[in-house]
Design a protein. Structure first.
Length: 293
């Protein structure tokens, strides 16, 4: 069996195609990424703009061709924060289905967190540890308290990095100030209790794992300590913005969002006194595959 999952985020769209083995394990056949920042439109004025709509239709035609090329048996496409907020989402979803036959399902922040939990549990096999799962996306941030297979707390906050940058520009503020205000305002809504470890998922956390190798020249890139993250953040903010993409080997659509993402992660780790951050390199698209099994 061959499965395909598409994660339609606020910063980019990612497709994963896998072949399922007899033991329900899988082999990755194709990874595909479309650099369409939906959040720049939606978080600015609430709608997906005409030029972006055209790019979306072409992108899904390409992903539909991938499904056909790899003879995919089952597929899922999940849209998150930007599509949830887009006022004109219905005609766009219809146009995408009409042109590519890809049916997109818009999921809630709660559903998003549950799929990510599936992926993390499969990758790490969490046992008795109380785990704080941080997923930092373009439009939202999901915070989840896990232990074994149980979710004790899960909440989606509109703190995504593309959303934060859009708000910061509109208010002539630094994104760090916007995030600090949001953390203070939502203090009572944050998870409570002691956490043994933090697990980070999403494109921003995956980029931090790669940044460790480049900025600190040390591994492993699956674990970052609080001290290492502080060092990375310091090196990054002290580098001229124009030099960051080349120096740190970052994609153009990642270089502006990773700074506030590091700032938020550091604040959360500091709040809970967490010293280690695991980054398993898994997330929503893998959780979608698991939901098909």
């Amino acid at each position: 069996m061959r499965f395909s999952s598409i994660d339609i985020g606020s910063n980019a769209i990612r497709q994963l195609i896998v072949e399922i083995g007899p033991d329900s394990g899988w082999k990755v056949l194709k990874k595909h990424r479309e650099t369409i920042r939906l959040g720049s439109d939606v978080f600015f004025d609430g709608s997906i703009h005409p030029n972006t709509q055209k790019r979306l239709i072409l992108a899904f035609k390409r992903m539909a061709k991938n499904n056909k090329k790899y003879k995919v048996d089952k597929s899922l496409a999940f849209a998150t924060s930007a599509f949830r907020d887009a006022k004109n989402r219905k005609p766009i979803l219809s146009a995408i289905y009409k042109t590519s036959k890809v049916k997109i399902k818009i999921i809630s922040g709660k559903k998003e967190a549950e799929l990510i939990r599936k992926a993390v549990q499969s990758a790490l096999g969490l046992n008795d540890e109380h785990c704080l799962l941080i997923d930092i996306g373009g439009g939202s941030v999901e915070l989840t308290h896990l232990q074994k297979n149980k979710i004790f707390y899960s909440k989606s906050f509109k703190w995504g990095m593309v959303r934060t940058l859009t708000e910061a520009k509109a208010q002539s503020q630094k994104p760090q100030k916007i995030l600090t205000d949001k953390l203070t305002k939502n203090k009572r809504l944050l998870p409570k209790g002691h956490f043994d470890i933090t697990v980070g998922t999403g494109g921003n956390l995956d980029a931090m794992a790669k940044l460790k190798l480049v900025a600190l020249k040390k591994g492993p890139n699956t674990l970052i300590t609080a001290d290492e993250l502080k060092q990375m953040y310091t090196v990054f903010v002290n580098t001229r913005p124009a030099d960051r993409a080349l120096k740190f080997k970052l994609k153009p659509d990642r270089v502006d969002v990773i700074e506030p993402a590091m700032f938020l992660t550091l604040n959360l780790m500091n709040k809970y006194g967490i010293k280690k951050l695991k980054i398993p390199g898994t997330g929503l698209k893998e959780g979608a595959i698991l939901s098909l099994l």
